[in-house]
Design a binder for this molecule. Structure first.
Ligand SMILES: C[S@@+](CC[C@H](N)C(=O)[O-])C[C@H]1O[C@@H](n2cnc3c(N)ncnc32)[C@H](O)[C@@H]1O
Length: 209
């Protein structure tokens, strides 16, 4: 089975239409969290069931995984969760999707693909242009969360986000998770695997100033 897709492929230029917030969610006024690279959505299903006072939007570039999340969602009556297939950069950079920011409070990048070879770094989801788009899109006080078990990728992501003067790193010991999109620290699939194998997790939170 193919594990990776090239996000720079022209196949992703055409993007799926995102419905209005009212069409996606039962209560469109709730805080919105976006998880980028949500795979088949298990993490978001857990979160959406646990925190019914938040809306969750998952974006996934592997069509098979996005479709599996959408199918599962159709079977369950969960009204604070939605999945979109495509390259997150193209989706959030699309002029028609600017409405998403209305209640957007946070975005997570959980264990993004590392793309280890230097010539493939440009395929990494976090890129200066993408962070610049998020910086223009996100409101003051909204948050970006990053998590990975790959130190080199962590340093690269930290450097890319910190280079944007509109994002400031938050000291995690002062951070109140209770008010966040993930108060009970639900773990993603990759996170469970990493913890089971006693590997180190690198994580940061940034606030839009
Ligand atoms: C290593 S997996 C981690 C999955 C999940 N977040 C976790 O922690 O278990 C990375 C996921 O990001 C997706 N992905 C990679 N680049 C993406 C992009 N540009 N837009 C949306 N999803 C992307 C991949 O297809 C893959 O499902």
């Amino acid at each position: 089975m193919r594990q990776h897709v090239n996000p720079l492929s022209k196949n992703f230029d055409e993007i799926e239409r995102i419905p209005t917030l009212n069409e996606m969610f039962d209560n469109s006024k709730l805080n919105l969290h976006i998880d980028i690279g949500c795979a088949s959505g298990e993490f978001l299903f857990d979160l959406a069931l646990e925190n019914t006072n938040w809306n969750y939007l998952g974006i996934e570039i592997r069509e098979r995984l996005a479709n599996s999340a959408k199918l599962k969602l159709r079977d369950k009556e969960i009204k604070n969760l939605y999945f979109v297939f495509g390259n997150a950069y193209n989706i959030l950079n699309d002029i028609h999707n600017k409405f998403i920011i209305k209640n957007l409070k946070s975005i997570s990048f959980n264990f993004p693909d590392p793309w280890f070879k230097k010539r493939h770094y440009k395929r990494r989801v976090i890129q200066p242009e993408f962070i610049n788009i998020l910086s223009n899109l996100m409101k003051e006080g909204s948050l970006i969360y990053i998590k990975t078990d790959v130190k080199d990728l962590f340093e690269y992501m930290d450097c890319t986000i910190s280079s944007d003067c509109n994002f400031e790193k938050i000291d995690k010991k002062d951070f109140n998770y209770y008010k966040s999109f993930n108060p009970n620290k639900v773990q993603t699939n990759r996170e469970k695997y990493v913890l089971a194998n006693e590997l180190k997790i690198f994580e940061n939170i940034y606030i839009k100033t």
